[in-house]
Design a protein around this ligand. Structure first.
Ligand SMILES: [Ca+2]
Ligand SMILES: [Ca+2]
Ligand SMILES: [Ca+2]
Ligand SMILES: [Ca+2]
Length: 334
């Protein structure tokens, strides 16, 4: 008995010691491991916005730390639109194009259009490195397709993040069904092998909620220096429960929620203890009657109108509310 307890303690110690490494590696699956989001979603462009996709494309950025010099792959899970996972409208007739970009023009901190927030903007900037169109193909149904290999130096270098940036654009080029998919940033084309220090982010997150009213989805925007308030915008939430904002300083404030096919927005004040950390936007489903297949879009901007990034692996970790956290409020000058 004594032996098994000490074995247990050793195992626990090993788990605890390896935890920081695990956290660092968690940016590889997109949606991220802490987000509890089953899929991203992009509809064919003949779809209706009331099904939860406001613009029929999604732009994601991938960051590869400068220290990593080996080839890498962007693996897309269930890139087809048909069979399992996807949202049928009538019959499956949707074609989806995934395109990977590198080189100059990708970095959204230097090229505003690259963020993909404005329909009609040139969000496909940069060098096209790879692209493929997927229809209803059993070959790719419930399976991965790997783009790559890519050489990290083919990316657009960002000194602030000390990383090469890549971009993957998913577009619903025809049809009206919903393509549900996930990404994994991998060092191996056939398996999901994480790359240390890699992460992913977007400015407009289009995702699907679990069909489980007990489940809570999370997204983690990063609050940079100089932010005093943010404006949240959520689309087609179908009155599905509550959206709460939690942080080191906020125990949970409720934001106005959207119904069918509309945007809802509000301003959220940012306090000094929240700067240089992530917020936790929590999506709590309505209890009772289940809202099924809920697709939703969310964007955030700061008081200057600059869009905020949602990281797959929250910068600084998942924020935890600290009730003892106090700070001196500066009184406005009269
Ligand atoms: Ca269809
Ligand atoms: Ca499928
Ligand atoms: Ca799919
Ligand atoms: Ca919806």
């Amino acid at each position: 008995m004594k032996l098994s307890i000490s074995k247990y303690k050793i195992l626990l110690l090993i788990c605890l010691l390896s935890f920081p490494v695990f956290v660092r590696l968690s940016g590889q699956p997109v949606p991220g491991k802490d987000e509890n989001i089953p899929f991203m979603v992009t509809f064919g462009k003949e779809g209706k916005t009331s099904w939860g996709d406001c613009d029929f494309y999604q732009v994601y950025f991938i960051t590869i730390l400068k220290d990593y010099t080996q080839p890498f792959y962007i693996r897309v899970f269930d890139p087809d639109c048909g069979g399992e996972n996807d949202e049928i409208q009538g019959e499956f007739n949707t074609k989806t194009k995934f395109s990977v970009f590198g080189g100059k023009g990708v970095d959204p901190e230097k090229n505003e259009e690259s963020k993909g927030l404005e329909k009609g903007s040139n969000y496909k900037s940069g060098n096209l490195l790879a692209s493929k169109i997927f229809g209803t193909e059993a070959k790719y149904d419930n399976k991965y397709y790997s783009f790559g290999p890519f050489n990290p130096s083919e990316g657009d270098f960002n000194t602030k993040w000390n990383s090469y940036l890549f971009k993957i654009v998913c577009e619903g080029i025809s049809g009206d069904d919903g393509n549900l998919y996930r990404y994994f940033i991998s060092s191996n084309p056939d398996n999901n092998v994480p790359i240390e220090g890699a992460n992913a982010f977007t400015y407009a997150y289009h995702f699907r909620m679990w069909n489980d009213f007990r489940s809570v989805a999370h997204i983690y925007p990063y609050i940079d220096t100089g932010i005093v308030y943010i404006r949240q915008r959520n689309f087609d939430w179908d009155n599905d429960g509550n959206i709460l904002v939690v942080s080191r300083y906020k125990q949970g404030i409720q934001v106005p929620i959207s119904n069918e096919d509309v945007w809802q927005m509000s301003n959220i004040p940012i306090e000094p203890p929240e700067v240089n950390s992530s917020l936790d936007f929590q999506f709590h489903k309505r209890q009772g009657e289940l809202v099924k297949n809920n697709n939703v879009v969310i964007t955030l901007e700061n008081q200057r109108g600059d869009a905020l990034k949602f990281f797959s692996s929250p910068i600084g970790g998942v924020p935890v509310y600290q009730p003892s956290l106090k700070y001196e409020k500066v009184k406005p000058k009269k």
